[in-house]
Design a protein around this ligand. Structure first.
Ligand SMILES: NC(=O)C1=CN([C@@H]2O[C@H](COP(=O)(O)OP(=O)(O)OC[C@H]3O[C@@H](n4cnc5c(N)ncnc54)[C@H](O)[C@@H]3O)[C@@H](O)[C@H]2O)[C@@H](O)CC1
Ligand SMILES: [K+]
Length: 495
């Protein structure tokens, strides 16, 4: 599988209606409930005698929970249903009671081994109301394992927004297709592991709302050098970064670029950062700049501009010169702060990929930083449309948007990446991919994937430095195909 697809609540609802019209009433819910019951049974050490509490809302999400509870009750579980709504799915409640399940008060939650969250699914609107919110908090405070039905209640299925209380699940059993909100933070952080139940929806689904590249998807997009290649044909990336004050950004961006497969890296910058890049990376070709001009740098297939550049006149001129070139350009960090003062700079014929975090995007678009964090998807889409460029929004879930395509969500990030300098490494990696011929959309999404994977490899559960993330990029590329360094030595069997 090369791609994971996810859909908005409206897309799912239309597909379900089309499918439901061809099936006897109740068929879909029974399919959903039997998948849910199987997933719950897998989580329990023993179904017989286990204590299961169902949190049942007033809609069909509650219906799923009740029918699954009936299956577990028939297998000997002690199933109690806490009814949260003014209405309850009657046929589901009847099935549960027939199987020996009972209705219980809110106190039951604390003593459960397994809590099934059937409060709300794709029919939810706004923050959870009482008593739903209270029950969500009770589930989170309880010792029992929490399984969310379709989406964790309190997470908006279409955006991942969390407006108030929300259920924190160990497992989310989602029906028919993944929901967008399960892949995008903050929602993704509430979902736990995601298990997809096939209810026969695939043929009725439209194009996805968001996608996430898998390992195979990234591997298939990375160019591999053929026998006839040379360093120029593999792609030359130019890095215009660093200043006398911020030298490290230049070293880190060049490091990321060198590790991500470009045939050559050209660095252009003032004397101090240039000396440090030369000392750390003898592989890079260095042009020390006296003037903010790239005329003497030589041909490149893509530019990275911005990390550690400062925001003075010199830096502004350099950013403008780079953007005036005809090759793809990645703009990051101070480059973005400069562009924020006049976004007309971004209007050019060549492709542009920008890589802001929420604060930088806020300066570019005028939206509030917190607003962007809470609604990453809507804001990255709006920015791509408004600015006419590919936007990679960094953060707990990195998202990449380009007009006319589904937003790509990156699933490899780790909180250990929240460390100084890691953004400079990402710009080097993605710039290197641009120079190798990937589009801004692919360079951004594959770059974010490799960056996250490299960080996981470098961190191994402990703090990391940005330089270590760059070092681990080749290991991440190898891991894409499950190969080890040894496998590559074994290729040489005849030598
Ligand atoms: N439609 C179908 O064919 C299928 C639906 N399925 C299940 O049905 C769910 C959707 O069911 P519904 O459309 O009935 O909607 P939900 O059960 O998701 O929620 C709607 C109910 O919740 C209440 N509600 C909405 N927002 C609330 C809030 N903020 N606080 C408290 N209560 C709130 C509403 O008053 C309404 O009664 C899916 O998520 C899935 O679990 C599955 O059984 C698969 C088949
Ligand atoms: K739910």
């Amino acid at each position: 599988m090369k791609m994971i697809a996810a859909y908005s609540a409206d897309q799912i609802r239309s597909a379900e209606q089309a499918l439901m019209a061809r099936l006897p009433e109740g068929t879909l819910m029974l399919r959903a409930a039997s998948g849910l019951a199987a997933a719950c049974a897998d989580l329990l050490p023993k179904v017989y005698g286990s204590r299961v509490v169902l949190l049942v809302g007033s809609g069909d999400n509650g219906g799923d929970a009740l029918y699954a509870g009936a299956v577990l009750a028939r297998r000997g579980a002690r199933v109690e249903a806490v009814l949260a709504g003014e209405r309850t799915h009657q046929a589901g409640l009847h099935a549960l009671q027939e199987a020996g399940g009972v209705v219980a008060g809110e106190d039951a939650v604390a003593a459960a081994e397994l809590i099934v969250d059937g409060l709300v699914g794709i029919g939810a609107s706004g923050a959870l109301r009482e008593p739903y919110a209270r029950l969500a908090e009770a589930a989170n405070a309880a010792a029992g394992l929490v399984v969310a039905v379709d989406v964790p209640s309190g997470v908006d299925a279409s955006s991942g927004r969390v407006a108030g209380a929300a259920v924190r699940a160990a497992l989310t059993v989602t029906m028919g297709a993944r929901k967008t909100g399960l892949l995008v933070d903050p929602g993704a952080g509430f979902a736990g592991r995601i298990e997809l139940v096939d209810i026969g929806l695939d043929a009725y689904l439209p194009g996805p709302d968001v996608t996430a590249l898998t390992r195979a998807g990234v591997a298939g997009r990375l160019p591999r050098p053929g026998h006839e290649t040379d360093k120029y044909r593999r792609g030359v990336v130019g890095i215009a970064a660093g200043s006398d004050q911020y030298t490290g950004a230049a070293v880190l961006a060049v490091g990321g670029a060198l590790r991500a497969g470009a045939g050559m890296v050209r660095y252009a910058g003032p004397g101090r950062p240039a000396a440090q890049v030369r000392a750390r990376w003898p592989e890079a070709v260095i042009t020390e700049l006296d003037e903010p001009s790239i005329d003497g740098v030589g041909r490149v297939q893509a530019w990275v501009v911005g990390p550690g550049l400062g925001t003075g006149r010199w830096a502004r001129e350099l950013v403008a010169r780079v953007l005036a070139s005809d090759v793809p350009v990645l703009v990051d960090a101070d480059g973005l702060n400069l562009v924020a003062k006049g976004v007309a700079l971004l209007r050019r014929t060549g492709p542009v990929l920008i890589t802001p975090h929420a604060g930088e995007l806020a300066r570019l678009t005028g939206a509030g930083r917190d607003e962007i964090e809470a609604g990453r998807l809507a804001h990255v889409r709006a920015a791509a449309a408004e600015l006419g460029v590919t936007v990679l929004l960094k953060g707990s879930t990195t998202v990449v948007a380009e007009e006319g395509s589904p937003v790509r969500v990156n699933g490899t990030g780790t909180p250990w990446l929240a460390a100084g300098g890691t953004g400079d490494v990402l710009s080097g990696i993605a710039g290197s991919l641009l120079a190798q011929g990937l589009s801004g959309y692919d360079a951004g999404s594959c770059g974010a994937y490799l960056h996250g994977l490299a960080a996981r490899i470098a961190a191994c559960g402990a703090p990391l430095t940005a330089a270590e993330v760059a070092e681990a990029v080749p290991a991440a590329i190898r891991a894409l195909s499950g190969e080890s360094a040894l496998d590559h030595a074994r290729e040489l069997t005849d030598w």
